[in-house]
Design a protein around this ligand. Structure first.
Ligand code: FEO
Ligand code: CA
Ligand code: CA
Length: 682
């Protein structure tokens, strides 16, 4: 089942990504110094005694509650209780938890989407396919900004599928277009001298797409319904509204927008989330790379460089030049909320959720109906956050309920996470399990601001929202190994956080390994599992443990929730996470360090097979696997940046996916389904 492939990576960044990806996706974030130079303590330094008596009592109760809820209990640091290992029944070949009964795909470097035996696939939509009325068919040699603004954007990351009432067999697909790779979009592209037209095409290829898709009766195939009235493109120049406590702040005003409330564009939308009230959330991630000539300390903390940008947009619009428009960059780095059912609505940037490199934002509800949104800040040594709304969601589809629900993310409290291990002195940076058999402990949610009230000494509420990273530095949040996507389990309420990797963990002058980030020079990442006290998402404390410590299972520094390692697939660099209808967690990867292409994996989170991880698919050369959605009849993945390999260009492609040799490489969304028409993995 497992095959160790030779290490192919020659990336000087030390990651599995190509240098081309690093340049265009995150502005070479890994090449630059770690922006978090704060000296706040990290987990290893914190002793459990720091917990208040109140939180210890809550912790003890949480253990009881979680234990009665069944399944594996997340042990609580303050009131430690060992988790009895469930006896395992090794998986039979072709067996597995319900939803995961497929023959795993072997690691490989094939330039295609490889799916399990008995499964089929089809492209749902490609970069450049027209979705709006009047948009022309895609022609890479004659591309214009106007055409692109009516076509599916470049580099699809997050995907959401929403129901569409009254239209049989149709769903609404929403996609993030994280970034453009000009080398793979334009023939003869000169990075030193981009043309205005190329810049404007890139602006139109960023952003979001809404496109209605039609299910095929006999398979899981989906096809776009072009010119549907809900279809929509939002780009780097569409109008967005800043809402919430920091909207209108002097920190958000520019010469073009003295109100501090209207922004043109959304940039670098990575992962996101779908709300229970039928909207989508979109994390603006590496926005720093679009802004030139940064100089302030706050610019630095967000990684805004002091010189020109890679894409040189500052030559075509002065708002991308911090020297000329110092506050424009403050208007990016937010969570965007979109109402896909209202094509005339202005999407909102929710300031109450803080400003950082938002990877994702996934909500769940408290028992009394208030949304809680979990969020990661994807940077080495950055933090993990949550927002708890003060308002309750209204049920039902009335206009009044919808309008009310569109205000839920404007009022509440923003928190950052601090994690404390329960095995102090036993974390040696190699990934060796401590004597209690788990990387685990307790955590606190530290409040940063509630509405107009700051909880951070020396910072106003506006400053906390706009410079959230600095606020979190001040309160001693825990420096994590790149918090990526987050997903609460709809079945157990436990929250899963993908921590993708961190080559600087333990490097000279940097934070060393701790129990939540237990490996120095962490190449393969880990997945953290979190249980809120009392199972209450609004709680100020939680228990946590590592669910997976990724890598080759033959590597003693890996951990698969205690499941026998000879029964699992190798996995490296977990990035996006999603649940299937049976409560299994699906994980897509970005930057595989084991020599295989990236892929999608399913893993059981409860029951006897907890930790049994199986690879479901792999993606073509240079690509990252994104946006997984697992429905009963289909799996949807966004194949992001196929062909993004060092030295590649339109003329010298490194991939011929999806349309074969001689055709331009196109990031696309793919549906995978069973040939026999039955449900996935049963
Ligand atoms: Fe866009 Fe953190 O991946
Ligand atoms: Ca421990
Ligand atoms: Ca990601």
């Amino acid at each position: 089942m497992r095959k160790l492939l030779p290490l192919l990576s020659t990336n000087p960044h030390g990651g599995g990504r190509s240098a081309l990806t690093c340049r265009y996706r995150c502005g070479d974030a890994c090449f630059h110094a770690v922006p978090n130079t704060s000296d706040n303590e990290y987990v290893g330094d914190v002793i459990a005694g720091a917990l208040s008596r109140r939180s210890m009592m809550r912790a003890a109760a949480a253990v009881t509650v979680a234990a009665t809820a069944g399944g594996a209990v997340v042990a609580q640091g303050g009131a430690q209780e060992a988790v009895a290992a469930t006896p395992r029944t090794p998986a039979k070949s072709g067996g597995g938890a319900r939803g995961l009964r497929f023959t795993p795909v072997a690691p490989n470097t094939d330039d295609k989407v490889t799916v399990p035996e008995g499964y089929a696939q089809s492209v749902v939509i490609r970069w450049g396919e027209p979705i709006l009325r009047g948009a022309p068919a895609f022609d890479p040699d004659k591309q214009t900004a106007k055409a692109q603004a009516g076509q599916f954007g470049y580099n699809n990351d997050f995907l959401s599928l929403l129901p569409l009432k009254g239209e049989r067999g149709r769903q609404v697909l929403v996609a993030n277009h994280e970034y453009t790779d000009e080398m793979l979009m334009f023939k003869g592209y000169d990075p030193e001298n981009p043309t205005r037209e190329q810049a404007e095409i890139a602006w139109a290829a960023h952003g979001l797409s809404v496109v209605v898709v039609q299910e095929e009766h006999r398979s899981g195939r989906l096809t776009p319904v072009t010119r549907h009235p809900l279809n929509r493109r939002l780009t780097a120049t569409s109008e967005f509204e800043l809402t919430g406590p920091a909207a209108g702040s002097p920190l958000l005003r520019t010469s073009a927008d003295p109100s501090g409330r209207t922004v043109y564009g959304t940039l670098n939308n990575c992962a996101g989330g779908t709300t229970p009230w039928g909207t989508t959330l979109h994390g603006e991630e590496n926005f720093n790379q679009y802004f030139a000539n940064g100089s302030s300390a706050t610019d630095k903390r967000y990684g805004i460089g002091s010189g020109a940008t890679e894409r040189k947009w500052e030559r075509f619009d002065k708002r991308f030049d911090v020297k000329q428009e110092p506050n424009e960059s403050h208007r990016f780095g937010w969570v965007v909320e979109l109402d896909p059912y209202d094509p005339d609505s202005t999407p909102r940037k929710r300031t109450a959720l803080g400003r950082f490199k938002h990877e994702a934002a996934q909500p769940r509800l408290t028992a009394d109906g208030r949304p809680v949104v979990y969020m990661g800040d994807d940077e080495r040594f950055d933090y993990f956050y949550k927002f708890v709304s003060s308002k309750r969601m209204k049920k039902g589809g009335s206009r009044a309920a919808r309008e009310h629900n569109l205000t839920l993310l404007d009022e509440g409290t923003l928190y950052v996470a601090k994690l404390t291990g329960d095995s102090p002195g036993q974390i040696d940076g190699t990934g060796k399990l401590p004597s209690d058999g788990e990387f685990d402990g307790s955590g606190q949610w530290i409040p940063l601001a509630t509405g107009d009230v700051s909880h951070v000494p020396g910072m106003s509420a506006d400053e906390v929202y706009v410079f959230t990273r600095l606020a979190a530095d001040k309160v001693g949040a825990t420096k994590m190994d790149r918090p990526e996507d987050v997903e609460p389990s709809p079945r157990t309420g436990r929250v899963y956080v993908a921590l993708t990797n961190n080559k600087d963990r333990g490097a000279a002058g940097k934070a060393g390994a701790d129990e939540a980030n237990p490996r120095n020079n962490n190449k393969h990442g880990q997945v953290l599992e979190l249980a809120e006290h009392w199972d209450d998402p609004a709680s100020d404390g939680f228990a946590w443990r590592l669910f997976l410590v990724a890598g080759d299972p033959d590597d003693p520094a890996t951990y698969f929730a205690g499941y026998p390692k000879e029964k699992v697939s190798p996995i490296s660099c977990p990035d996006n996470v999603a649940f299937d209808p049976y409560g299994n967690l699906w994980i897509s990867t970005d930057g595989n360090q084991l020599g295989s292409h990236d892929g999608l994996f399913g893993v059981a989170t409860h029951g006897e097979r907890r930790g049994e991880l199986k690879q479901f698919l792999t993606v073509p050369a240079g690509a990252e696997t994104c946006g997984p959605i697992i429905q009963e009849r289909r799996v949807l993945v966004a194949v992001q940046h196929p062909g993004e390999v060092d030295g590649a260009s339109v003329e010298k492609p490194a991939s011929s996916w999806p349309d074969g040799p001689g055709k331009i490489v196109r990031p696309s969304v793919v549906a995978v389904y069973r040939k026999d028409g039955r449900d996935i993995g049963v």
